[in-house]
Design a protein around this ligand. Structure first.
Ligand code: SF4
Ligand code: ZN
Length: 712
């Protein structure tokens, strides 16, 4: 019998030998000064950067890092050595994968595998991990005993909302069985070889840097963070070779339990290395080991319902029915009613059901959800309505976009064949609203209308409601409300981060408006959003208040003493990592450039979104940089202390197009400037990463920033 210790040490040595061979070959071929850069990340070779504090930029530097890795692979029969050899194994795995990227920037193009994850993907995964929409993730290694079992395991995790990374033979099994995979589906085939595990560890350590502000080189802190904040675990199918056992040692060091059906030369480590001989019980054993509780909602529909389906796309060729609000009368509306007007769980369909339409054709749909609740307020109507999107998207085979009377819903053939009909949309809305809003909603009824004649009339009525709401929203200003709210939802990931949410400044994730925060507070008084009074003003222009400072001090657990609401320079609000946009001062023009997450190009600051984002995040204040929501940009409070939106000198064309009308309105009101959006540079009018080209553009347009006082 071979001891577990020795299996880890032998496996570590094997991984090291692979890494050394791959690197030596690459250096012989490309030369030691060849550049070494992972695509779409500001974190270099993230595992090495995180654990060793080394920024690798050339193959020679990678060779130095590898020597350092070897020094961590100690092999005394002690637990500490198992852990450090295990982490060393993960770092060596990153070296092997990195070498592929030194040879070509896209080594996985045209393969079945995903390889490296971009910073955007890390954030995209990070946000739902924060909100616990994704309760955790699993790394599945090796082929399952059968193709059927591979599918069962993947679907089992998927239906529980767990994010799935696959490595090795299980990927080909899933492909052969026709399992749909991809980042949006939350099932990712990472790589064929065990060293592709380096890409997953890279995601974990970047999350720690982005959300947790863990500092590069702080070995202990990375393990602490992953143990406490990242709910991950490993399923390794037997036979498990030493090299995989060594990776398992790394996983355990990071706090991720390993569940396996391997029995030979394996010794159980309580809570960390668990033998489950019955592979069909892997899921249950794993969730228990990592202490993950899944909230189950039983909804009476013939297809699955899970957040794992949120990103699912229904393509035209797979579509049974198309509901298109951009061309026909469709809408979604929530209305508060009196008790006698609402019959709980009544679901009514008016008009033809899907069966009456040809395959792949159009149907119209209006959805009216009427709610009664003693604690319900009309201000919560739009809050509930906006959730339709998430709720309906979680249905397997249903895709939803938009809101109000600009919606689009596609229902797949597969869902229809399983028996899905219009009524089931109502079942989902009923069940979700009842379960998630139980403190304010006592009764819910849903009416679904497909009759075009009736819809015309009802849509017009709905528009009256939308207009009234917009008028109310517009009338809400930071001055005329009594209180603000804070939000600490992201603290599960970013422990010292606090958002202060006001009517004119929504949360930086873009998902929490003042009304949302108010609703959250009233739904759950001890929950993530608390009232922040605003009675003791320090400086109106900066948006600084003694009460706000006290609140952030308390809720950041003493990490933050003060924040201002309207300044990027003086005590700006912190960023957790899930901001929609980031703005940064562009020194030459005295203005700010804003870039949204979707934009991959280079800003005039010479940095991409990822690179700018790496300057902030982690719940710390970084004057000169600030994460924020999209809709804060056109607000009259945006950078108010520095002169307001006239400071905006550059933003991506796409973002500008989305905000054009609002920006123009605000600029007109604040400065009397017409068509302000046209004065802002973008990637089409200004050369990438070139402040001088931006300066010329601004001068030519007569941008108001040129008349403003210097920022610093
Ligand atoms: Fe996180 Fe702030 Fe959004 Fe709340 S408002 S979820 S703390 S980003
Ligand atoms: Zn966040």
């Amino acid at each position: 019998m071979k001891l577990l210790f020795n299996r880890v040490f032998d496996g570590a040595a094997e991984m090291y030998a692979e890494a050394e061979a791959a690197l030596t070959a690459a250096i012989a071929e490309l030369g030691e000064s060849a550049p070494m850069r992972m695509p779409d990340t500001a974190y270099h070779l993230a595992c090495i950067y995180a654990y060793l504090g080394r920024k690798v930029t050339t193959l020679a530097e990678l060779r130095d890092a590898l020597a350092d890795i070897k020094s961590k692979m100690t092999s005394n029969p002690r637990l500490g050595d198992v852990f450090s050899s295990g982490i060393g194994t993960a770092l060596a795995a990153e070296v092997i994968e990195a070498v592929k990227y030194a040879r070509t920037p896209t080594p996985y193009d045209g393969t079945d595998y995903h390889g490296h994850f971009s910073d955007a993907e890390v954030r995209e995964l990070g946000v739902p991990l924060v909100t616990r929409d994704i309760p955790g993730f699993v790394v599945v290694i090796g082929p399952a005993p059968s193709q059927e079992e591979a599918v069962e395991l993947i679907k089992g995790y998927q239906s529980r909302g767990i994010f799935v990374f696959l490595i090795g033979g299980v990927i080909q099994q899933a492909l052969a069985a026709g399992v749909s995979m991809g980042f949006p589906l939350r099932v990712v085939p990472v790589g064929a070889d065990i060293w592709s595990v380096g890409h997953i560890i890279s995601v974990v350590v970047r999350a720690a840097m982005i959300f947790g502000n863990v500092q590069p080189g702080d070995w202990e802190e990375f393990n602490e963070y992953s143990f406490h904040r990242i709910f991950a675990f490993v399923n390794a199918y037997s036979p498990v070779p030493d090299i995989t056992v060594a990776c398992g040692g790394g996983a355990i060091a990071m706090g991720f339990p390993v569940i396996t059906n391997e029995t030979e030369d394996i010794q159980v480590v309580p809570k960390s290395l668990i033998i489950q001989e019955n592979t069909r019980d892997f899921i249950e054993t794993s969730l228990e080991a990592r202490d993950i509780k899944i909230k189950v909602t039983n909804i009476d529909i013939p297809v699955a319902f899970s957040s794992a389906f949120e990103g699912e796309v229904v393509r035209r060729k797979d579509m049974r029915i198309d509901i298109d609000g951009s061309r026909t009368d469709c809408f979604e509306l929530v209305r508060m009613r009196e008790s006698q007007d609402v019959e709980d769980h009544k679901i009514t369909v008016i008009g033809d059901d899907i069966d009456a339409f040809e395959v792949g054709t159009n149907m119209q749909l209006g959805t009216i959800v009427e709610v009664y609740g003693k604690a319900m307020q009309s201000d919560f109507e739009p809050v509930l309505e906006r959730k339709f999107h998430t709720f309906l998207n979680c249905i397997e085979g249903v895709m939803h976009t938009g809101q109000r009377d600009m919606i689009r819903i596609r229902i797949a053939n597969s869902a229809y064949d399983a028996g899905f009909r219009v009524r089931h949309l109502g079942e989902v809305l009923y069940a979700k609203i009842k379960s998630e809003y139980d403190t304010v909603v006592d009764k819910v009824q849903v009416t679904l209308i497909t009759d075009p004649e009736k819809l015309k009339e009802l849509r017009a009525e709905a528009n009256v409601s939308y207009d009234a709401r917009d008028a109310r929203l517009k009338s809400l200003t930071d001055e005329n409300v009594e209180v603000f709210y804070n939000c600490i939802m992201c603290q599960s990931f970013s422990p010292s981060h606090v958002c202060v949410v006001t009517p004119e400044r929504l949360g930086l994730c873009g998902a929490v408006s003042w009304l949302d925060a108010k609703a959250t507070n009233e739904l759950d008084p001890n929950g993530p959003c608390q009232v922040v009074t605003k009675k003791r003003v320090i400086d109106e222009n900066l948006g600084s208040y003694e009460d706000v400072n006290e609140s952030v001090f308390k809720y950041s657990h003493g990490a933050l003493e003060k924040v201002t609401l309207y300044s990027i320079l003086e005590d700006p609000m912190t960023s957790c990592g899930c901001f929609e946009c980031i703005c940064g001062i562009e020194p030459m023009t005295n203005g700010v450039s804003i870039v949204n997450r979707e934009h991959t190009g280079i800003t005039p600051l010479g940095m991409t979104f990822s690179e700018m984002a790496s300057m902030t995040g982690g719940g710390v204040q970084t004057p000169g940089f600030m994460g924020h929501g999209k809709h804060f940009i056109a607000s009259k409070k945006f950078l108010k202390a520095e002169g307001g939106i006239a400071r905006i000198v550059w933003m991506p064309a796409d973002l500008k197009a989305q905000l054009r009308d609002k920006l123009n309105d605000s600029a007109q009101e604040l400065y009397g400037i017409e068509n302000f959006a046209d004065l802002i540079g973008d990637e089409n009018t200004v050369a990438d990463g070139d402040p001088e080209s931006l300066m010329n553009f601004l001068a030519e347009k007569g941008h108001p920033v040129l008349e403003m006082a210097p920022l610093m």
